[in-house]
Design a protein around this ligand. Structure first.
Ligand code: SF4
Length: 338
């Protein structure tokens, strides 16, 4: 029996609290594409590196600062003289742009449905003229659909991410039990939430009655955060999007609506659609991201690729499976078996 989650925080909870060691024999949990930094295409990182080296101030979240693009990271661009600033929220970028009107700013907007609403708020408020957005938001349900289409990755149910679900609501997962016969349980982030979520999936499988259940009732409702959904719908349209190492997924990304195109960094700077080098030599993040292999099956894991010398995004991000496993490798040495 395999249960697939799609959330870096769930993987962290499972690794940190040693939950795999508590599962019954024959039951495993695999990590799907739940790390937003890991799935951000190299091409988007390449674009902001180019802009940074041309004198544009790049603002973004710290997690992506060290992620390699095709030829280096934003950290490398900063070392070469680019003005790259890590912010805690998009409003920091807005404030910086207001305070320095003689400079051009770009905010690299990454993340799933949890972070997209805050980008939408700033777009709808009317950002300063000297700030534009490179939108690289991705959506979780299409990632789950992708997992169902990976022929040689078999699993028996999903644990859906609690935080994303507070925004999109339970209803977003209705299709999985109905159309695919796949159990889905939305789970929270305490260790007991995850264990109960796993139990609820197993119970559905045992009863042969796939359905949508909510373990995280204290935060997630059927409709989700309707106000946040409205803001996202006003600011963004849903488009096809590239996922790092996975290719193009239909209707899996957000882009600015036409009426906000003056804040679109791609248009403002004439950035051409391009394919970056998503995988560095030897890195198997594309297989890690879909749960096909575990980090210890990558020959570079904790050898050439370590948290302090990462070769791929899965070892850079705090939500990346390789980094989480590396950080907990000693603590969980008994459960790090293939
Ligand atoms: Fe890539 Fe490093 Fe993970 Fe291997 S251990 S898949 S090289 S990030």
């Amino acid at each position: 029996m395999k249960i697939c989650h799609v959330c870096g925080t769930h993987e962290w909870v499972i690794a940190h609290f040693g939950l795999r060691a508590l599962l019954p024999e024959g039951v495993d949990v695999i990590a799907g594409p739940g790390c937003p930094v890991c799935v951000t295409p190299a091409a988007d990182i390449d674009s902001v590196i180019k802009l940074a080296l041309e004198g544009v101030v790049i603002t973004t979240f710290g997690d992506i600062f060290r992620v390699p693009g095709s030829n280096g990271s934003l950290m490398d661009a900063k070392a070469e003289g680019g003005d790259v600033r890590v912010v805690y929220s998009i409003s920091d970028a807005v404030e910086m742009a207001r305070k320095e009107p003689n400079k051009e700013f770009v905010f690299l907007a990454i993340g799933f449905e949890t972070t997209a609403p805050s980008t939408a708020v700033e777009v709808l408020r009317g950002a300063p003229e000297n700030l534009s957005f490179l939108i690289s938001h991705r959506l979780i349900p299409p990632a789950m659909e992708l997992m169902l289409g990976v022929g040689d990755v078999r699993f028996d149910g999903f644990i859906a991410p609690g935080h994303v679900s507070t925004i999109i609501g339970l209803k977003a997962y209705e299709v999985f039990p109905k159309a695919y016969g796949m159990p889905v349980v939305v789970a929270g982030f305490e260790p007991l939430d995850v264990l109960v979520g796993i139990y609820m999936v197993l119970r559905q499988v045992r009863e042969r009655r796939p359905r949508l259940e909510n373990e995280y009732k204290r935060a997630v409702t059927w409709d989700g955060n309707v106000r946040a959904q409205e803001l996202m719908a006003k600011a963004f349209s849903v488009v096809d999007g590239f996922w790092r190492g996975l290719g193009k997924l239909p209707r899996s990304a957000l882009d600015l609506r036409e009426e906000f195109s003056k804040w679109d960094a791609r248009r403002r700077y004439g950035l051409k659609p391009q394919r970056g080098r998503d995988l560095l030599p030897g890195c198997q993040c594309h297989l890690i991201i879909i749960g096909k292999i575990k980090p210890i099956e990558c020959p570079l894991f904790l050898r050439a690729c370590r948290p302090d010398s990462p070769k791929g995004p899965c070892m850079v991000s705090f939500e990346g499976t390789c980094r989480i496993w590396a950080k907990h490798a000693l603590m969980e040495s008994t459960t790090l078996s293939v």
